[in-house]
Ligand binder design. Structure first.
Ligand code: GN1
Ligand code: MG
Length: 350
């Protein structure tokens, strides 16, 4: 197997032979590996062309962003895919497309353990949006059509429910009813869609998409830039809320422990607002608490839709996996809704 990886290094004009390959990280979409050669370390990804059918759009967006950021002071690295000797972003092997990235050392986590870590992540993702101000969003492509469009995702859920071949047991039925009741969020989404400016957003601001330095004293890098495209500010704040302020990870089945940690929430808010400051419109600031609810809702809807569709999008380890992911997000959403008054109060103080 290693010789296959050697061929990839050759394709990228990298010296040395591969000595070790290990699965890496907890991403759902691409298969990711840490590759050790006798010269260097790399991240290698088996790129998922089903989920990203238009890799050219990713390349175009990242080129525009990269050009815009050249010469600007960013406090962290943006990790871009390397180019092969032929100038391609992919190396094709066994009918799969592989990408190589430089390896950035540091700590990549699925759960923060302090408010400082929360603050740093929010400041970095906010800093990314800030640094991209000035890019004409109409020049960027939509990498995945309607990716965070809540109206669309809700319709896809309704269709899946109509067409599903899955026999819904009581727990599944209860979840379906819960998500059906979230129409108010869809209505609010439409309001913001009409009233907020489009920004260049990251759109996958999960906590495991930053790399801290080894002391957790700063962010070394922001990674996973495939979904960089035009979006609303609350997407990026919302996915941070979803993955940082929740007391349990997205994969947790400890239903009773799923709650919102308000101290971490406050740290996110402070970090994000510190980075973007007066660049946020008043309406954008108001939309931030909605973002947490909306992103928990959209992820839950997507997991549940996938369950109803027979698990064709997210890899699963057991039949109810997507159902359980949807349940986890529903409990987080409930917790966010229950604590909305505290969160609104917090907003006034920032
Ligand atoms: C996927 O591959 P990964 O884990 O970085 C998904 C995100 C979801 C996330 C849920 C392209 O991201 O939208 O938030 O799973 N990415 C895509 O963990 O669908
Ligand atoms: Mg990822």
């Amino acid at each position: 197997m290693e010789s296959v990886f050697d061929d990839i290094l050759v394709d990228y004009g990298q010296p040395g032979a591969v000595s070790d390959v290990k699965k890496y990280g907890s991403g759902h979409i691409h298969q990711t590996y840490l590759v050790n050669s006798d010269a260097k370390q790399y991240i290698l990804q088996n790129f998922n062309t089903n989920v990203f059918p238009f890799p050219d759009r990713i390349a175009k967006n990242l080129k525009i962003v990269n050009q815009h950021l050249t010469g600007k002071q960013l406090d962290f690295n943006l990790v871009l895919p390397m180019k092969t000797v032929r100038g391609s972003l992919f190396s094709d092997l066994d009918q799969s497309a592989y990408r190589l990235f430089p390896f950035i050392s540091g700590e990549c986590i699925d759960k923060v353990s302090s408010t400082e870590q929360a603050y740093l992540a929010a400041q970095a993702f906010g800093g990314f949006v800030k640094a991209c101000i000035g890019i004409d969003t109409s020049e960027l492509e939509e990498v995945i059509d309607g990716f965070h469009n809540l109206s669309l995702r809700y319709r896809q859920f309704e269709n899946a429910l109509k067409e599903t071949k899955v026999e819904l047991h009581a727990e599944a039925q209860e979840l379906v009813e819960f998500y059906k009741r979230q129409v108010l969020l869809v209505r609010k989404y439409k309001y913001y869609e009409e009233n907020l400016p489009l920004r260049v957003t990251h759109n996958d601001t999960k906590i495991n998409n930053v790399i801290y330095d080894k002391n957790f004293s700063k962010i070394n890098a922001v990674i996973d830039l495939d979904t960089v495209m035009p979006g609303y500010i609350f997407y990026d704040f919302g996915d941070l809320v979803r993955t940082v302020s929740c007391t349990e990870e997205e994969a947790s089945l400890d239903w009773d422990k799923i709650d919102v940690d308000l101290d971490k929430y406050a740290a996110l808010l402070k970090g994000f607002v510190a980075a973007l400051g007066s660049d946020l419109t008043a309406e954008e600031k108001n939309s931030l608490p909605f973002g947490g609810e909306m992103m928990a809702c959209i992820m839950g809807l997507r997991f549940l839709t996938d369950y109803l569709n027979g698990n064709i999008y997210y890899p699963i380890a057991y039949p109810e996996h997507n159902l359980h992911r949807a349940k986890n997000q529903s409990l987080l959403l409930k917790a966010l809704q229950n604590k909305r008054e505290d969160i609104d109060q917090m907003m006034k103080e920032v």
